[in-house]
Design a binder for this molecule. Structure first.
Ligand SMILES: [Zn+2]
Length: 120
């Protein structure tokens, strides 16, 4: 399922952005971001929209769609942001100790694979 680039909600009906670049005009039921409107027309970046949504306490926005069972906004955002190392983690209001499992993978030494024969 397509994922919201703002909040990480992974159950959108359509991809937020078409390959051609146009927004889907779908409103994320989770954070309320409307692709092609909030970004294109209002000039919000995903980060700005996320920060605003997080600042509001990460409310579930849709009235017609219910939040999934056991939905945890903070967890969703964390999972969404964590793989991307360059993004700062979202501060969870009232969060306890950091439980970030920093998985340090050893970068494999460059292996030069020699392939026999020419490519393509
Ligand atoms: Zn969203």
């Amino acid at each position: 399922m397509p994922q919201c680039p703002v909040c990480g909600f992974a159950n959108l009906k359509e991809p937020p952005r078409a390959a051609s670049g146009g927004g889907s005009y779908e409103i994320c039921p989770c954070c309320g971001f409307q692709f092609g409107v909030d970004d294109d027309d209002r000039g919000l970046t995903d980060e700005q929209a996320r920060e605003a949504w997080v600042a509001k306490g990460m409310p579930w926005k849709s009235k017609s769609r219910k939040a999934p069972e056991g939905w945890d906004a903070a967890e969703q955002v964390q999972n969404f942001l964590q793989p991307k190392k360059k993004r700062p983690t979202v501060k969870k209001p009232g969060a306890k100790a950091k439980t970030v499992n920093a998985k340090v993978e050893k970068s494999p030494s460059r292996k030069v694979r020699k392939r026999g024969g020419s490519e393509s």
